[in-house]
Ligand binder design. Structure first.
Ligand SMILES: [Zn+2]
Length: 253
């Protein structure tokens, strides 16, 4: 491992929702309100990579989804990126862990970037099962705009794919058919940005999958796969990730 193959990781808090606990852990904590972050991750190394792009405020997709959503001035993605010292035009790659509304909402902030998504996810997002249509803002959901992930610079990949030396995407299906985790080499070892394959540390500690899934058995296999790849897991919706807000330095190069 050379310095060229290692990366820093920053977590950006770009909005807050209150959800019911069983959204995060399947059939557990029903009725308990939990405050969760909407995260954009920034990787800096031989180039700049963003993982997930958070909620787009246009036409209020959160209201369409029936979920609360608050965003302070500091949490506006442009402001959080600036606080992290990142210029959107310098971002070469955007990796989307999956195409749900709260993870793929601001791809247009990064006009120079190629958008990396699993082919299986793109196929499913265009025509999801009826229960999941709204979560994808799919054409059949009644959402009035084209889905935010339909951009010309989409780079669909199949399976394990090295985006750059030290940054590799790995399929972790279950939450959605084409979910992918991102393995990132850092000075402290490999981190795993899990997407919604792991929403909180409780998923691993209690060995319970996230509350939403298209395949619960696959979701459990994906928890095992991520555990095997890294002991440094970064779940998608756990404020325990944040020491500082809106930006926390998770790992250095
Ligand atoms: Zn999701």
């Amino acid at each position: 491992m050379t310095h060229d193959d290692t990366w820093s990781i920053k977590a950006l808090d770009t909005g807050t929702s209150v959800v019911e606990g069983s959204v995060l852990t399947y059939l557990r904590h029903c009725g308990e309100p939990v405050s969760i972050p909407r995260v954009i991750w920034v990787l800096e190394g031989s180039t700049t990579i963003v993982v997930d792009t958070s909620v787009n405020p246009l036409r209020k997709p959160n209201e369409f989804m029936g979920e609360s959503f608050e965003r302070s001035q500091d949490q506006i993605p442009e402001n959080a990126l600036k606080a992290a010292g990142v210029a959107p035009k310098d971002v070469e790659w955007v990796i989307l862990t999956h195409l749900h509304w709260d993870h793929a909402g601001n791809c247009d902030l990064f006009p120079e970037a190629r958008i990396v998504v699993q082919e299986a996810e793109l196929r499913y997002a265009i025509a999801p099962g009826r229960f999941f249509r709204r979560g994808y803002l799919s054409p059949e959901s009644g959402w009035p705009l084209p889905p935010s992930y339909v951009v010309p610079n989409l780079a669909t990949v199949r399976g394990v794919y090295e985006v750059a030396p030290g940054v590799t995407v790995v399929p972790v299906p279950g939450h959605t058919p084409g979910s992918q985790a991102v393995i990132v080499q850092t000075a402290s070892g490999p981190y795993c940005i899990t997407g919604d394959a792991m929403m909180t540390y409780d998923n691993i500690e209690s060995d319970v999958p996230p509350g939403y899934h298209t395949d619960v058995d696959a979701a459990m296999d994906s928890l095992d796969l991520m555990r095997a790849r890294s002991s440094l897991l970064l779940p998608s919706h756990d404020y325990a990730v944040f020491r500082d807000r809106p930006v926390t330095l998770i790992a250095s190069r």
